[in-house]
Design a protein around this ligand. Structure first.
Ligand code: NAP
Length: 277
């Protein structure tokens, strides 16, 4: 049976370290979070971000904009925040229909882009400069590092190619000398690909999609998915069956999710430090 990684405990350890680093920095970093509309999942994530800020000593400002907000109003708010003492700006996605997500993300000043989604920061990531890496991929890398799982030389199969998870985690793994295969909805014979993985990362958004038959004996399985299944939160991996075959596995909840929040805190401090010179 697999070792189950306790993402909540590792994230707590990371938050404790960041608290000390914030104290030692002499800075008072400030994070602004913008939510447009009332996506219930985004509201829950905002609460956990606020709690993490208060633990670490990061000032937190939230901007709750109505569903009816126009693109111009949102862009104006971002432009205003670019000019204030806010160190880090986070725009909760998804945005309501009618707002161009790319235009909004590109309006964030790259030096305040805490999610690392600005094309400049994504481009830097691709050429090996990870000054600001997207929070979920960064959380996965930290989770592997702190669990003593080597990436170097391993064959990692990533299922999912989103700009937020799949593509940036693939780039970060390449930066660490893994051999990376990226799969998606048009991949032929997916199970053949996933069975090749020393480390399998599932970022699909389909409950329990990765079955035991798709996993090599002894593989490390990282489940990024957060899905609502009949009121329960489940991952993209059929945890109960796959844990019998994997050597290490992350649970949902309590795996990658808390690491994403801890990485957001890490990025906020990094931006504050970079801006202070
Ligand atoms: P997304 O933008 O919807 O991307 C999903 C990816 O999965 C796409 O690349 C898609 O392929 C691929 N896919 C869909 N069906 C597939 C299939 N049958 N076979 C192979 N690949 C398939 O989702 P996302 O934003 O990356 O998020 C993925 C999951 O992670 C979601 O459950 C989300 O809630 C969760 N998430 C968790 C965290 C966290 O902190 N734990 C953070 C972010 C996201 P195509 O590109 O071909 O469509």
């Amino acid at each position: 049976m697999a070792k189950i990684i306790d993402g909540t405990a590792i994230a707590k350890q990371m938050l404790d370290e960041l608290k000390t680093q914030v104290e030692e920095s002499g800075l008072s970093p400030k994070l602004a979070v913008i939510l447009v509309g009332d996506d219930p999942a985004s509201k829950i994530y905002m609460k956990s971000k606020e709690a993490a800020c208060s633990h670490v000593g990061i000032r937190y400002e939230k901007y709750l904009l109505p569903q009816s907000t126009s693109q111009e109003e949102l862009l104006n708010l971002i432009k205003e925040l670019n000019e204030t003492d806010v160190n880090a700006i986070l725009l909760q996605v998804p945005l309501p229909r009618g707002i161009d997500e790319d235009a909004a993300l590109e309006t964030i000043d790259p030096i305040k882009d805490v999610d690392g989604f600005h094309p400049i920061n994504m481009g830097k990531l691709l050429i090996g400069d990870e000054t600001i890496a997207p929070c979920t991929p960064l959380g996965i890398i930290e989770l592997l590092r702190r669990s003593n799982i080597e990436i170097f030389g391993k064959h990692v199969v990533v299922v999912g190619r989103s700009n937020t998870v799949g593509k940036p985690i693939a780039a970060m793994l390449l930066n660490r000398d893994a051999t990376v295969t990226v799969c998606h909805s048009k991949t032929r014979n997916l199970a053949k690909m996933t069975r090749e993985a020393d480390i399998l990362i599932a970022a699909i958004g389909k409950p329990r999609f990765i079955t035991a038959e798709m996993v090599k004996e002894g593989a490390v399985v990282i489940d990024v998915g957060i899905n609502n299944l009949g009121g329960a939160v489940v991952g993209d991996v059929d945890f109960e069956k796959v844990k019998e075959k994997a050597s290490v596995i992350t649970p949902v909840p309590g795996g990658v999710g808390p690491m994403t929040v801890a990485s957001l805190m890490k990025n906020t401090l990094s931006l504050a430090l970079a801006q202070s010179g």
